[in-house]
Design a binder for this molecule. Structure first.
Ligand code: MV4
Length: 661
């Protein structure tokens, strides 16, 4: 086995690879861009090396710098993860030239599958079934039109260079063919720099079923069964599962054999995925082959009990495959959900910011959580906004589904928008539960999946209770600081002298205002919301959540404060409310201790030093944003504990600039 491995990736997959390497006694070297210097993959690896500037996706694509880091740190091999350099034949070749083992197939195998038309011609020769179509080199428009007519309408025009659905055009009849061809060529040219296209018969309501294959350098190839990835949104996978629901053992063998034949045809070594589209009736056709470890590989691991990264490392060392085909078995069912920092209410636009609060359900043999972030980390605009993958296993599909549902209910994400509620709805939908899997599932069920929630009284109750508790805590600590902890002037229990003592809060949800009045009475609290009055009692549980009783009915909620925002988790919903300051909110300044950038910008100058004692309102740093300079001042007296950015550095909105103590 290798002594030392460089992981040329970031996020959850870098962490995933590092864990297996560690288990096998392989030391690891992480690489990181300046934007990633404090991330989990860097903390997890034995060593880490910087590879480029902050705002640069390109850092992880910088072949020369990564090879230099591998050599300088004494690595023997490089694991590319997925994305970035994972399917870059030139990188695989450069590794070999530098005397480093690329954990993946030979450059020729990567190249053979990179061109989708050439790959299909190869597969045709190997006897792998293809959708009826044209995959030729001749790109004459009149010839392509004739081929489309031969194949029959509706037809699909696809770029040769790209996978993943980009630039595809459905053509319903010969009248529109010319126009669609031009559009497809333009798009292919701008996306891939290659305007060649192929044509296929268009299949309606197909399923995406892919087979995991593995080859070794002795020429053995096995498959590790299939995954169904039909639940997608705009060609982004949302849920993946193994095995594929409803696939008969006969079809499974047939697909497995076709995938093995595909891999053998190109002398494949390492982990690969052969992607098919399948008609509802079961006929299946080769689409493309991904020459890397896939995002969704854990569902295969959960049903086979194998570690695919371990297999990759063994095969890359020249070892034969650990198992023969008839020794590879699966049991049960696994489903993966991908958690992203993206906003379903805004067309799934990526959402950036600090993960103010992040909690996952406990892992077990039946639940795996693969993540590359922890609470307090930043989701930046520079990289894929994935937060985690949740993978649940069960004895059967219903068991896995129930576990995934429970797991999703236990996910708490605050600070960025996320798709967790959308995932809960997909997983809870009738369509998914009954396994009506095809690539149109999400679009067909839009109404159910995108329904807007109304804010519930319970949530406002939790917010008001949490705010009151926080104000009381702040008052107590002020009192402790004043030398008279029992002074009545520090209390926040309203005007007790007045019979009807109360606190008014207004919580803002976007522009909507929700007034709440909390009253202190003999028996505890009463709370008025929307003109109705309720009895209220509450306490804090050991895990930090609130146990609240509204008119005797108990429920739980978590409330997390950051500045004037309350992040609330209740009944599987997440809401962010802002306390309207004029009306009884307390001064956020009294909670100083960190200084956040009020907007994205560039640090022009740092006016203080770590260790210096500073006075309230003293200028600490100058930030340039929107062509203006903003002076960041000390919110209170204190000592500068840490300065997080230097002059010239770019910062995101909300980034912690300086820590005061
Ligand atoms: C197709 C198809 C229908 N007919 N090919 C999209 C991504 C690429 N890997 C293959 N894709 C498709 N190819 C024919 N001949 C429909 C799709 C397709 C799709 C496939 C898998 C998963 C989701 C999809 C969503 C839309 C279209």
């Amino acid at each position: 086995m290798f002594g030392k491995l460089l992981v040329a990736n970031r996020g959850e997959i870098a962490c995933r690879v590092i864990r297996t390497a560690r288990r096998l006694g392989v030391r690891t070297v992480a690489v990181y861009s300046a934007a990633d210097r404090d991330t989990l993959h860097v903390r997890l690896a034995d060593e880490a090396r910087p590879i480029g500037p902050a705002a640069a996706k390109e850092s992880y694509l910088n072949i020369d710098v990564i090879l230099a880091a591998a050599r300088a740190s004494g690595c023997e091999a490089i694991h590319p993860g997925y994305g970035f350099l994972a399917e870059n034949a030139a990188f695989a070749a450069a590794c070999a030239r530098a005397g480093l083992v690329f954990i993946g197939p030979a450059p020729q195998a990567i190249a053979a599958m990179g061109d989708k038309s050439a790959a299909k011609r190869l597969m045709e020769k190997a006897g792998v079934p293809l959708v009826p179509g044209y995959h030729g080199d001749d790109q004459d428009a009149a010839l392509l039109a004739k081929e489309a007519a031969r194949i029959g309408y509706p037809a699909l025009i696809k770029p040769c260079a790209g996978g993943g659905g980009k630039g595809m055009r459905i053509v319903t009849g010969k009248k529109s063919f010319g126009e669609m061809l031009e559009a497809a060529r333009r798009e292919a040219k701008s996306a891939f720099g290659d305007e060649r296209v192929l044509i296929e018969r268009y299949l309606e309501r197909p399923r995406h079923i892919e087979v995991q294959v593995f080859g070794d350098t002795q020429g053995n190839v096995v498959h590790l069964f299939e995954r169904d990835c039909s639940v997608q949104r705009r060609h982004q996978k949302v849920l993946e599962e193994a095995p594929a629901p409803g696939l008969t053992p006969g079809k499974r063998n047939e697909m497995g054999a076709a995938a093995v034949a595909a891999a053998k045809a190109i002398g494949y070594a390492g982990a690969g995925t052969v992607e098919f589209i399948a008609e509802q009736e079961g006929r299946f056709y080769f689409m493309e082959m991904n020459t890397r470890l896939q995002v969704e590989h854990p569902v295969t691991e959960m049903i086979t009990g194998l570690d695919l990264v371990e297999w990759q490392l063994r095969v890359a060392c020249g070892e034969p495959l650990p198992l023969k085909q008839d020794e590879v078995r699966f049991s049960g069912h696994a489903i993966e959900a991908r958690l992203y920092a993206e906003d379903p209410a805004r067309e799934f636009l990526p959402s950036t910011g600090k993960l103010v609060h992040l909690a996952f359900p406990a892992e077990s043999a039946e639940l795996r959580v693969d993540t590359g972030v922890t609470q307090g980390d930043e989701i930046t605009p520079w990289y894929d906004p994935m937060i985690a993958k949740l993978i649940a296993r069960g004895a059967d599909r219903a068991g896995a589904l129930a576990r995934l549902q429970a797991a999703l209910a236990g996910v708490e994400i605050a600070g960025v928008a996320s798709n967790v509620e959308f995932l809960r709805r997909v997983v809870a939908s009738h369509a998914f539960a009954t396994g009506e899997l095809d690539t149109g599932l999400i679009e067909r069920n839009r109404g159910e999946l995108f329904l807007e929630n109304e804010i519930k009284d319970e949530l406002l109750v939790a917010a008001a209770f949490a705010e009151l508790a926080e104000e009381e805590r702040a008052a107590r600590s002020r009192a402790a600081g004043s030398g008279d902890a029992y002074s009545p002037w520090h209390g926040v229990d309203g005007w007790r002298l007045n019979q009807d003592s109360h606190h008014d809060f207004v919580f803002m949800e976007g522009a909507a205002q929700h007034p709440v009045r909390l009253k202190f009475v003999e028996s505890g609290f009463r709370i008025s919301i929307n003109g109705k009055d309720h009895a209220l009692a509450g306490e804090r549980l050991a895990d930090g959540r609130l146990l609240l009783r509204l008119d005797g009915r108990a429920f739980k909620a978590r409330a997390v404060r950051d500045a004037a925002n309350w992040h609330l988790f209740c009944n599987g919903e997440y809401w962010r409310l802002r306390l309207k300051e004029e009306l009884g909110g307390f001064d956020a300044d009294t909670r100083a201790g960190s200084l956040a950038a009020p907007m994205p910008g560039k640090v022009v100058k740092v006016l203080t030093k770590a260790g210096l004692r500073v006075k309230k309102d003293e200028p600490l740093l100058i930030l340039e944003a929107m062509k203006m300079e903003h002076t960041i001042t000390a919110p209170a007296d204190g000592v500068v504990k840490q300065i997080h950015y230097g002059a010239g550095e770019q910062v995101l909105e909300g980034a912690e600039l300086i820590t005061l103590e």
